[in-house]
Design a protein around this ligand. Structure first.
Ligand SMILES: [Zn+2]
Length: 285
């Protein structure tokens, strides 16, 4: 079975083809925020048409960087790139390339990728957080996503961390995403996360907020492991070591909930592998 996998993120998008479980081709491009949806669909169509000329594609799965209404397969919203609201992305794929398609939020898809092929293998239930342009989360139990009543489970980016903090794009104040995501780190400090993590006093302050958000997940879900993906997780020990110490400080003393927090194993490909896992989970063919 050949699966086309698409990962639409806030700052870049990636496409790959899997033959069975082996990734055989992959391409990644930066997102043109001005160009919005139409620009990206043209790019995706170019790449897929070229690939389809060389190999048979049989199905498609998409991880989208924003809330997705799973039952209707429509994008609910994209706060980072315009023009996607209510878009039936799976339907567009079906019409354009005659492939059955399925779509979910990228954090859900990344969670499935790490649970099935990455750092979450053997850890059940798993909580996955993407820490990049924005923040999202996904919950996997026994190989399946826990989506909640309205497809909004795991949307931790807008947990309130600092009630009197700065205003978030969602209109609330001091959201987890507002305090910790890459977009706002750059806007607030004028430097990339990578540069900021070379400054230990900054990291000490940053992990306090990061741990506040993760503590809520640990107390609510008691996951066997938390896997963090996205660009910021690439900081490695410079981030994860102080984060674990801070979580131990913050977690309620009587709690025996484990504190097992690790970076994603699949790096930039958690969502692409997750798309493969989503196609398998939904048995689309
Ligand atoms: Zn918010």
């Amino acid at each position: 079975m050949n699966t086309l996998a698409i990962d639409v993120g806030g700052s870049k998008f990636s496409i790959a083809v899997f033959e069975g479980e082996t990734m055989v081709i992959r391409e990644s491009r930066s997102t043109d925020r001005e160009g919005g949806r139409q620009w990206m669909l043209v790019q995706i169509a170019q790449i897929v048409r070229a690939w389809a000329a060389e190999r048979r594609l049989e199905r498609c799965a998409i991880g989208f960087g924003g809330p997705v209404d799973f039952p209707s397969q429509r994008v609910a919203l994209s706060t980072h790139v315009g023009g996607w609201q209510e878009f039936d992305f799976s339907g567009w794929i079906r019409d354009a390339f005659h492939l059955p398609a399925v779509m979910d939020n990228d954090a859900n898809v990344g969670a499935l990728g790490e649970a099935c092929y990455g750092a979450g293998q053997g850890f059940d239930p798993l909580f996955y957080m993407t820490l990049s342009t924005g923040i999202g989360g996904g919950i996997v139990q026994q190989g399946r996503l826990w989506r909640g009543a309205d497809s909004y489970a795991g949307e931790i980016g807008h947990l309130t961390i600092r009630p009197d903090g700065p205003e978030c794009l969602c209109g609330a104040r001091g959201c987890f995403e507002r305090m910790c995501c890459g977009l706002w780190l750059e806007r607030d400090h004028g430097r990339t996360a990578k540069e900021l993590f070379r400054n230990p006093p900054f990291v000490e302050r940053y992990v306090k907020d990061l741990a506040l958000g993760l503590k809520a997940c640990i107390m609510l879900l008691n996951p066997a492991r938390i896997v963090i993906g996205g660009g910021i997780a690439k900081a490695g020990d410079a981030l994860f070591h102080p984060l674990r110490l801070e979580l131990r400080r913050q977690i309620t003393a009587w709690s025996r909930a484990r504190i097992d927090v690790v970076p994603a194993l699949l790096g930039d490909d958690s969502v692409l592998y997750g798309a493969l896992a989503l196609a398998n989970e939904r048995s689309i063919e």
